[in-house]
Ligand binder design. Structure first.
Ligand SMILES: NC(=O)c1ccc[n+]([C@@H]2O[C@H](COP(=O)([O-])OP(=O)(O)OC[C@H]3O[C@@H](n4cnc5c(N)ncnc54)[C@H](O)[C@@H]3O)[C@@H](O)[C@H]2O)c1
Length: 288
């Protein structure tokens, strides 16, 4: 068993911490925005209670969640005596880098340092940190309580033991693991999904169809449960924007430039379900 710290308790971190605690690991969680963390923890707890009442989850899992989860006031407290850290803060390189530089100096070299980032490679973050050979990407899917897959990716320098421990904890969380041979932004699923979303945004930008019509076409024509605009509203438009911007800053290819309409939504704080408005509007009770 690992002692787990989850850093960042937003949409992803709150549920990753829940999965960890329910799989029997002592788990701490820290976020620098207490109100947002509390909102996400309440939502997660309600979600778990709902799954228990529907008999999808065992009551023992709920009891473990309550027993094993500790909310911490500082980053230092959260990582103290931990063996496995999962970072799930906002998708901003500078913020992740600062956190990992700090904790890699505090923690023993055997502590696994995993990032849940969708597009930033572990090797990029590890470059300026102590003991880079313990870093890897451990990529969950939204919502982590329900989505089965975890993608694991790492540079050649990552120790085999670190990879094996990550596979072990993922399996204890009841998740299916897919391991990549090389690092690539977006891993497998988001690279493929990115192509679909890019084309949907392009169609909308060219004025060929309204976003609702594009979503409808994909749901009815390809049998997808959500259309691309609904999907990015759920995952967060800031994530779509910043990941695209990062790629554009590297390639300078105009095709990679985030669309103006996306940039405007992010600047206006319309980030999707989590803020109550994205492409669609959501009432408070549907927030996740
Ligand atoms: N949303 C998805 O579908 C999805 C899927 C897989 C991976 N991810 C990745 O998970 C990470 C988090 O995404 P999210 O959707 O949970 O975003 P979110 O905006 O819901 O949560 C991010 C959290 O980070 C916290 N935070 C910011 N700076 C911090 C700091 N210095 N210290 C501690 N906490 C800090 C914020 O307060 C917020 O609670 C990102 O790296 C993203 O790429 C997201």
């Amino acid at each position: 068993m690992e002692n787990v710290a989850v850093i960042g308790g937003g949409q992803m971190g709150s549920q990753i911490a829940a999965l960890s605690a329910m799989s029997g690991h002592k788990t701490s969680i820290y976020d620098n925005n207490k109100d947002y963390l509390n909102e996400k923890l309440v939502f997660t707890k309600n979600n778990i209670e709902n799954l228990v009442s529907k008999k999808i989850l065992d009551q023992k899992k709920y009891d473990s969640y309550i027993k094993n989860l500790e909310v911490c006031e500082t980053l230092e407290d959260a990582v103290k005596n931990k063996t496995f850290v999962i970072e799930a803060v906002v998708e901003r390189f500078e913020i992740k880098k600062e956190i990992f530089e700090k904790i890699s100096n505090l923690l023993d070299e055997n502590v696994v340092l995993a990032t849940n980032s969708s597009f930033i490679a572990a090797s990029e973050i590890a470059r300026t940190c102590k003991h880079p050979e313990r870093f890897l990407n451990m990529h969950f899917f939204y919502p982590p309580l329900r989505m089965d897959l975890i993608e694991i990716s790492f540079p050649e320098s990552t120790k085999e033991e670190v990879v094996n421990r990550t596979k072990d904890i993922s399996k204890l969380m009841g998740r299916t693991v897919v391991t990549l041979k090389k690092e690539t932004p977006g891993f497998i699923v988001n690279r493929m999904l990115g192509a679909l979303i890019d084309e949907a945004y392009e169609l909308y930008d060219e004025g060929i169809a309204d976003f609702k019509e594009i979503d409808l076409a994909i749901k009815k024509g390809l049998n997808h449960p959500l259309g691309p605009f609904e999907l990015t509203d759920y995952s967060g438009l800031d994530i779509s924007y910043y990941s695209k911007l990062k790629i554009y800053n590297e390639t300078k290819n105009p095709k990679d430039k985030p669309k103006k309409f996306l940039e405007e939504k992010v600047k206006d704080g319309k980030l999707g379900v989590k803020t109550g408005e994205g492409f669609y509007s959501y009432d408070k009770s549907s927030k996740s």
